[in-house]
Write a protein that binds this ligand. Structure first.
Ligand SMILES: Cc1cc2nc3c(=O)[nH]c(=O)nc-3n(C[C@H](O)[C@H](O)[C@H](O)COP(=O)(O)OP(=O)(O)OC[C@H]3O[C@@H](n4cnc5c(N)ncnc54)[C@H](O)[C@@H]3O)c2cc1C
Length: 435
């Protein structure tokens, strides 16, 4: 009898720990074929001349794939790397390696679900099944106390009910061994140049350099516990004090280098079982919430009017205002410094994101979807549901009936201006004025 082979299609689940598709495939098949496709649609240049994926995130992705390949090799396996449309590449590989089934994790945003459907249709022609798994959230969809269509739109109601009536499933084991068929051409990791991007320049003012991959993600989680006692971490959430002292795990969570359950159980271990006392866990619930909201409401989050009857008012000269905002040239020190930091590093904290987004929408009156697209390019931790969900809320067109009450409304002129990006900005401006 011929051996059973399952192709494991990696997307935003770039890890071997707590990865259900990987474990299930090794249990259900004699051999598995791990595959990652660099899909050109994520690296195309849009009308504005900007790339869909900025170079900080692309570098992080390349590092994550390299680390995934290393980790699979340590278990005896291999990762096939290809560049091209997954709907063409995956069926080619299934034919070449006589694959019996394909496993992947289901996504929630339209571009990603459309790709799943394309791959599914192509496999269907070969009479092969694409099996969908759910594995990106802290709480499993099946364990929620309500079906997706009835998930409360209010975050606080969602949180209360989930914390009361659901529990987090244990992590799945890491496979002990991975057996792959004899692979003739595993494929090389592309370079940034191959993806049409320049090497990013690391800014010396950045307080953290994000390195992609599961190993770096696990190390960052350990570091979080070394640097933040629970009490310190709580104080750090107060925007009045130290807005910048958060976990900074988001890039690893966004690419699935780190599983949210790993974070949860590590928090539980450090908090003697009381994970909900740690401020990281409610933040992870925001992440779950936006993913479930995307599942519930689909494309509505991408429309300027969102869940309202009309979009927020826009200024007549919004093109020029938007360019000033992107370049960090609005004349408001906090906003400009945050935008400089975003452009120079690919990361700003949640507080700064809310401030610059709110400023773009409410003060400059620019169409918020332009800001969301800009973040999509620049953020190293870009994730469709978290980005577009938060933007819709800041713009006041989100689905929470309590509107954007949870978001910060501050006079930008009153904001603390202690940041190397602000100091540099101010001295550069002072110098310009002297000249
Ligand atoms: C306009 C705007 C756009 C955003 N775009 C993104 C995005 O593309 N990707 C992204 O991961 N986050 C996004 N966020 C949410 C949040 O700003 C980041 O998750 C957070 O700054 C990451 O830093 P951290 O890891 O230190 O977070 P922590 O405070 O340490 O939180 C732990 C984790 O919880 C999750 N999380 C925290 N806050 C939120 C939130 N409000 N919404 C969803 N998840 C959250 C993240 O995965 C984060 O790593 C956005 C927020 C705003 C206001």
């Amino acid at each position: 009898m011929s051996e059973r082979i399952i192709l494991v299609w990696f997307r935003n689940d770039l890890r071997v720990h707590d990865n259900e598709i990987l474990l299930e495939a090794t249990r259900k098949a004699d051999k598995i074929l791990p595959v990652y496709c660099f899909d050109p649609q994520y690296f195309k240049i849009v009308e504005t001349g900007k790339s869909t994926t900025g170079n900080f995130r692309a570098r992080f992705l390349l590092q994550s794939i390299a680390n995934l390949r290393d980790n699979l090799r340590k278990l005896g396996g291999e990762l096939i790397i290809r560049t091209g449309n997954p709907a063409e590449i995956i069926p080619q590989l299934t034919a070449e390696y006589q694959v019996n089934e394909v496993y992947h994790h289901r996504e929630v945003a339209s571009q990603e679900t459309a790709m799943s459907e394309e791959v599914e249709a192509a496999l269907w022609k070969q009479k092969l099944n694409l099996k969908h798994f759910i594995g990106h959230t802290l709480y499993h969809k099946e364990d929620l106390p309500f079906p997706i269509k009835d998930i409360p739109d209010s975050f606080s109601v969602f949180k209360k009910k989930v914390e009361r009536d659901s529990s987090v499933r244990p992590e799945t084991d890491t496979p002990e061994q991975i057996l792959t068929p004899a692979i003739t051409d595993a494929g090389e990791l592309p370079t940034l140049t191959d993806l049409g991007l320049d090497e990013p320049v690391d800014d010396p003012r950045a307080t953290i350099k994000f390195t992609g991959g599961e190993c770096a993600g696990i190390a960052a989680l350990e570091e979080y516990f070394t640097n933040n006692t629970p009490v310190k971490a709580k104080a750090a959430r107060n925007p009045q004090t130290a807005a910048d002292n958060t976990s900074r795990l988001s890039p690893w969570l966004a690419f699935g280098c780190l599983s949210p359950r790993r974070v949860y159980f590590e928090v539980a271990r450090h908090e003697q079982g009381h994970s909900n006392n740690n401020p990281l866990i409610p933040e992870l619930l925001w992440r779950d919430y936006f993913r479930f909201m995307f599942k519930k409401h689909g494309k509505k989050f991408f429309n300027p009017e969102g869940f309202k009857s009309e979009a927020p008012e826009t200024a007549a000269n919004q093109d020029a205002l938007f360019e000033q905002w992107c370049a960090g040239n609005t004349g408001v020190p906090y906003v400009d410094a945050a935008m400089h930091q975003l452009n120079a590093t690919g990361y700003i904290n949640n507080y700064a994101r809310q401030i610059v987004a709110g400023y773009l929408v409410r003060d400059l009156k620019v169409n918020w979807t332009r800001g969301a697209l800009y973040f999509e390019e620049k953020l190293i931790d870009y994730s469709p549901a978290s980005n577009w969900g938060n933007w819709a809320f800041v713009a006041g067109v989100g689905n929470d009936p309590r509107e954007n009450k949870n978001f910060i409304h501050r006079q930008v002129s009153q904001l603390e201006t202690k940041s190397p990006f602000i100091d540099t900005w101010l001295s550069a401006h002072e110098a310009e004025q002297v000249v």
